[in-house]
Design a protein around this ligand. Structure first.
Ligand code: GDP
Length: 614
């Protein structure tokens, strides 16, 4: 048992565990007076392990300025300081999924080429979707058995030089979301640039992403069928952005294509394969699979369905798997052609049925020895998450208290968020939280994949939240419940519309800005007692207009004697809406009858405008 397998685990170092590390731990464990701690240890457990009174430890912690109870967890560092006083050592140990995996050394002869994984990026409307469709269709025309019929988030096509796997979730969002989760899936970026438009802001952004991730690019100069399409102009603009074409002395392959006429598609695929050959993407298929969740959703009847891209090893039907805190067994696998498959090789993707939950996109999935191991890993992770969470809440409350003190007038918009697939759920949740401003904070109180259920409505009612659905509809009954509980259900299928809608809801929380708008002034000439109306001031409008709906101030010898609203406005015997400068009218003031000749009635309106969120 020597070498170990490199398993990328979310939030952990991704380097292969060093040879012999395990042995080392065992050796150290053989020394007495060592306590191995994973994420933390409770005070009482620490005291038991060292044979010291719990009270003594609490006292020590208190002297150090830490108030704790016996059942509270302390971090390994703190535990280490305390333990040192008693001659003990605390050793922080990680929990690795490798502990449950058979150890395999990849020998060079075990390595097999795998298809490159390609992401298509580029400026909006330059043809990313069209290109992905064209590639999908071109491959069917090439005599493939069975077309690619399912949109599962990834598909593979064959070329004379080998297969290529395309991530069918175009856009930088998906790329950067995956990357921010530590999943560097993409081997090659296909940068689509429309020949009639050239390098645009998102083109530059894509270049930046690809360079940061150190992923080679192949440029597809698209829309070559269009008039005014110019290859040289695009090449020049790309060169200005440090992307130099091969024929210009650089190393970036650029292929003119048309997604519309399918011109150049085969050449593009060939060049992607060529680029892949340079990368020498060898991997050992004969070991337990490690993959990434591309997409996941909940399906009636089938339960959680996750599109998995295998990166190492082979995923087999019946394999026990664990991803994050979810585990299960691969009950069924289906590729983008809708075919059921028993084995999924590295570099390929398929929908996997059999997980216990809907994992977030970008998470790593591991095949492990058996279901027991899968469960243990999942449970351990769940425990760790809870510990981290409770640590966060303790700290969180203090932080939010401080925050509240600083911006006591910050309002909060609470949202229960539902989406059809976990990929968009994460993306929408992130985008929503980013809307938060100094004045209004958006808090996602609950999020999940699936329909907007009655439980969602109840949660929202309890927390005074909105229920927002992205490509998710209300389940039967939940609309009725929402009506009864006065919970707002909002559904969207376009992210920008969703964000705009939520911004309006955020603005609704803010007090409108009231500004006074002067309307006009009238001078009181004589007073009349009108039955039912009371005192009416016969007045002459000096400037502007007096409106029936206006607010008024009453001035007497330059002093304000009253302010209120107009109760009646008449011209002769008729009620009127407004009276303009130069005319006479009768004005009644709500709740005030002590008007005197010579008084000035100043009329104004209050205009309400929506405050800005910033
Ligand atoms: P995306 O926003 O990058 O995914 O762009 P789309 O694939 O949605 O394409 C944007 C628009 O350009 C659509 O109206 C397409 O029909 C059109 N389009 C895409 N590729 C081509 C092409 O090669 N030639 C022409 N003439 N139009 C194209």
């Amino acid at each position: 048992m020597s070498g170990r397998v490199a398993i990328p685990i979310r939030g952990k170092k991704k380097k292969p565990t060093k040879k012999g590390q395990k042995t080392q731990i065992t050796e150290m464990a053989e020394e007495k007076k060592i306590i191995k701690v994973q994420e933390g240890i409770t005070v009482s457990e620490l005291s038991q392990r060292m044979g010291v009174k719990t009270g003594d430890i609490i006292k020590k912690l208190m002297t150090g300025g830490k108030m704790t109870t016996a059942n509270q967890t302390i971090d390994p560092e703190t535990a280490g300081i305390i333990a040192a006083d008693y001659g003990w050592k605390v050793e922080k140990v990680g929990f690795e999924v490798e502990d449950y995996l058979p150890e395999i050394t990849d020998k060079p002869e075990d390595l097999r080429a795998r298809p490159p994984v390609v992401t298509v990026m580029g400026h909006v409307d330059h043809g990313k979707t069209s290109l992905l469709d064209a590639i999908r269709e071109a491959n069917v025309a090439a005599g493939e058995a069975g077309g690619i019929t399912q949109h599962i988030g990834a598909y593979s096509v064959s070329t004379s030089r080998g297969d290529i796997t395309f991530l069918d979730t175009p856009g930088h969002e998906a790329f950067s979301a995956m990357r921010s989760r530590g999943a560097n899936l993409t081997d090659i970026v296909v940068l689509v640039v429309a020949a009639d438009d050239g390098v645009m802001p998102q083109t530059k952004e894509a270049i930046k992403h690809a360079k940061e991730a150190d992923v080679p690019m192949v440029v597809a100069i698209n829309k070559m069928d269009k008039e005014g399409a110019g290859v040289d102009r695009v090449k020049k603009e790309l060169a200005d952005n440090n992307v130099l074409a091969e024929d210009w002395g650089g190393d970036v392959i650029m292929v003119p294509v048309s997604a519309k006429t399918k011109m150049g598609i085969d050449l593009l695929l060939e060049n992607i394969s060529l680029q892949a050959e340079v990368l020498e993407l060898g991997t050992n298929p004969n070991k337990a699979a490690v993959g990434t969740i591309i997409e996941a959703r909940l399906e009636k009847g089938r339960g959680p369905v996750a599109t998995v891209l295998v990166q190492e090893g082979t995923l087999k039907k019946g394999d026990a798997v664990v991803t994050g805190t979810d585990f299960g067994r691969v009950r069924m696998m289906m590729n983008a052609r809708g075919e059921q498959i028993d084995e999924l090789l590295p570099g390929y993707s398929a929908e996997v049925v059999g997980l216990g939950g809907v994992p977030p996109a970008g998470d790593t999935i591991n095949a492990v020895e058996d279901e027991k191991a899968a469960r243990e890993i999942a449970q351990h992770r769940a425990l760790k998450e809870r510990q981290a969470e409770s640590g966060k809440t303790a700290r969180g409350t203090l932080d939010s208290l401080l925050n509240k003190m600083q911006v006591s007038d910050q309002k909060e918009l609470k949202v229960v968020l539902k989406a059809d697939v976990s990929g968009s759920l994460e993306a929408v949740a992130q985008a929503l939280e980013k809307l938060s401003t100094r004045k209004v904070k958006v808090t996602i109180v609950h999020k999940g994949v699936g329909m907007m259920t009655e439980t969602d409505v109840n949660t929202a009612a309890a927390l005074k939240a909105l229920v927002v659905g992205f490509n998710s509809r209300p389940e039967s009954g939940s609309e009725q419940t929402a009506k009864v509980l006065e919970v707002e259900l909002l559904t969207y299928s376009i992210i920008y519309e969703l964000l705009d809608g939520i911004k309006l809801k955020m603005e609704d929380l803010l007090e409108p800005i009231r500004t006074e708008k002067k309307l006009g002034r009238a001078e009181v000439r004589a007073l009349y007692n009108v039955p039912k109306l009371g005192v009416v001031a016969g007045s002459s409008v000096l400037d502007g207009t007096i409106k029936r709906t206006a607010h008024v101030r009453l001035w007497r010898e330059n002093k304000q004697v009253y302010s209120g609203k107009i109760a009646s406005l008449k011209r002769f015997k008729d009620d009127v809406k407004e009276v303009s400068v130069g005319f006479e009218c009768g004005i009644g003031i709500e709740g005030y009858s002590e008007i005197k000749p010579g008084d000035i009635i100043e009329a104004f309106e209050i205009e309400e405008t929506r405050p800005s969120l910033n």
